[in-house]
Design a protein. Structure first.
Length: 101
């Protein structure tokens, strides 16, 4: 990993001991910073949009998506709302597990 000869995948990391993962992540990140091996043309992703929003949750669309009215904005149309999708959230399945549906 530190020579940029491999990439870590989340599905395989879950099969490893949690104590072993940080050292491997550090080695992979070092290869990214040095642009070696498979990371020779790697550039860090740019964050687009706001990374922090203060406002009022107006509607919960799904288990991981919300409509937010930002602070200081008067609600007069749907265009004023921000649609926010939460990352790494597992939305609940449709149905009731207690009933078995």
């Amino acid at each position: 990993l530190k020579n940029g000869l491999a990439k870590m995948t989340d599905w395989s990391v879950r099969m490893m001991s949690p104590a072993d993962v940080p050292a491997l992540r550090i080695a992979e990140n070092a290869a990214k910073r040095a642009n070696v091996g498979v990371w020779h043309s790697y550039t860090a992703p740019k964050v687009s949009g706001a990374s922090e929003v203060n406002g009022l949750v107006v509607e919960v669309l799904t288990g991981d998506t919300l409509n937010v009215l930002p602070d200081g904005v008067a609600y007069d149309s749907e265009d004023k709302l921000m649609k926010v999708s939460l990352a790494s959230i597992r939305a609940p399945r449709v149905g009731n597990e207690r009933v078995g549906r």
